[in-house]
Each structure stands twice: as C-alpha cells, then as structure tokens.
Design a protein around this ligand. Sequence first.
Ligand SMILES: [Zn+2]
Length: 374
Amino acid sequence: MNLEKLTKQLIEIESISPNDAGCFDILESVLCGMNFSCERINYKSVENLYAVLGSEGPTFCFLGHTDVVPTGPLDKWTYPPFGGEIHNDHMYGRGAADMKGNICAFIEALETFLSTEKLNFRIAVLLTSNEEGIPEDGFIDELLEKLKARGETIDYCLVGEPSSSSTVADTIRIGRRGSLSGKLKIIGKQGHIAYPEKFVNPIFLISDLIKILKEKKWDEGNEHFQPTSFQISNINSGTGAGNIVPGELIMDFNFRFCSESTSDDLITSFEEILNSLDLKYELDWSLSGNPYLTTKDFFINKVISAIKETTGREPIINNGGGTSDGRFMIAMDAEIVELGPLNESIHKIDENVSLNDLKTLKDIYVNLLKNLST
Ligand SMILES: [Zn+2]
C-alpha cells in the first residue's frame, strides 16, 4: 500500500460530517487484508468502523475520523478541495491534515509493524464519521458505551488529531479543556425612545454584567491547563427602528474550562452574578465536553520515546485547542495521547499536509507499536 495513494483516495471522497461517504469501504478492505476483524456500528446519522487484531494483552487503540468540515467558498481554493493534488511535497484538500492523511500514516505503520514483529497485545482502529459535526447526528460516546457494555476495554489510545505546531511531532496533547456554551436573554421593556420613563433598556441592563464577566477570574488554571476563559461570541438586540428601545437582548457566550472548574461550578457562579444584578432573564446552557486529562504516565512516556527515537527531539505537552473525541474516550479509562500533523491549515481554505511529515508520523507510530511490544 502506498501512503500518498491512500491519502489521495480518501481526500477525493466528499465526506462532510456526518457522512463517511465510502471512506470506510476503502479502509476496511485494507484492514481486513491485515487480518483485522472489522465491524460497522452505526446509529442516528453516524457511521463507525471498529477493527481489532489480536486476542491477548492490553488494547492499544488508534482513534480517528473520516468526516471533514465544509470547504467554504470553492473559488478561494488554489487547488480543488477534493482533488488531493500534490505541490511541493504537500497534498492539498479538505481533510488532508484533519485527519485523513494521519489515518493513512497509521495504517501504513501497522503494515510495516505487522510484517516484522510478533503481536503480543491487541490493536484496535476506531474511526467515526462525525467528529466535526453536531451532537444530534450522534457522537462516538454512544459507540464507546456499546463497546463497554459488551466488555471491550481500551487501555491506551492515540488520537490522531493534528497536534503539531511548527514542526511535526513538536507538540502532543494529554488533555483538552471542556467547552460550555450559553444563550442568555435579558428581558427589558420596549418603548418609544423619547419616553425613558416608559421602557427598560436591556442594552443598559447588560453593561454592568459584561464589566463583571470581563474581570472575573473563574480559576487559576494548573500545570496542565491555562485558566478557564470566558468569551462572548455575539450580542443581538434592536428592532431595526431608530426610535424604538428594544424589549430584549440575546447574548451568546462560551467557557473553555480547565480541570480546576466543573461545568456545575461555572453555571452556579454565572447565575449568582446574574441574580446579584437583579436582572430578568432566560438562560439556556449546552455542555459540549468536559475537560479530560491523562494522569498516568506509562503511555505518555512510550509516545515521547517513540518521537525522540524518530526525530531526535522531545515534544512539548500542550493541552490547548478545541475539544476532541478524547473527551469521550476517557470513559473507557484509557490513557490518551493526541499526536498528529501540523494544525496550521486545518479547517481553512487550502488545507494541506506535508507528505514528508506523514512519513515521519508513520515512523513514529511504528516505533510506538514496537515500544508497546516490549
Ligand atoms: Zn479532527
């Protein structure tokens, strides 16, 4: 099998979340060819491929996704987003870096490893078609619950998300912050702008709240995470008429929170602030993920050694960025590390991946598999 060819084949498939659109057919045939037993576990709009090899010892799992985010305006792309064209050793296309290329690096690593080594642990490959999409289509948490219910275990998990910053494998993640969003409606009273005694302006009502929220420290962070950050993404009010004071205002906001706070802590603190200002409001919360952190160091050290053996450099640990499916994998009590290509171009126009970096990742994964055998 050829890393470039396989990556190109996958990029050519328009697998926008939650659709796999046939990527699994290609990957399944390659994995079956390596004697993996493959199964499809589908629910809601999401498809999943779970492949396992071996029957004894701890289970190492590679976790990835075949879905991609939409392309954005097609005319802005220098090369077609579903073309997989190669220019200056970089393959271009939606999903090249996030994360079809890295799935192929892992598959190729398996082929190299299995052709030379005797397997004394279990290897699982778990791929989903809705990592980037919305929860209504189904996330991988439901699949993991099913696997758990039938007694499957996953001890070590490598999440193939693009973790690298400026050179490949310069950064790994061993945790991610949580994400909690809210939609706040401040209720005032609409009226003619010339009669201030007859209306309650929700835009003035929110000004004190914003000042408090801007200055509030939610926690101090810790050695693994930055302090929890609160941001407002949108404020909307007004009727469109210049002589009317609006009756309500909607504010959208988000917490990226570290392991020093829980979503319940943040909800309580936020509502205490609102209540202290005596505001009339409605509030909806949505939790998209709790923080996770790998605290045991066995697997982390195996990954770091594999990187050092391959590149001669030691990676830094950085738990920034958005959320990942690692937040669900923690339910399996797995030790989790995220390692993948550069994240510079992900979700952007002209997303691309260096083919040389994919080869380096493949070599790192081979060394990791070897390290896990000893
Ligand atoms: Zn991704």
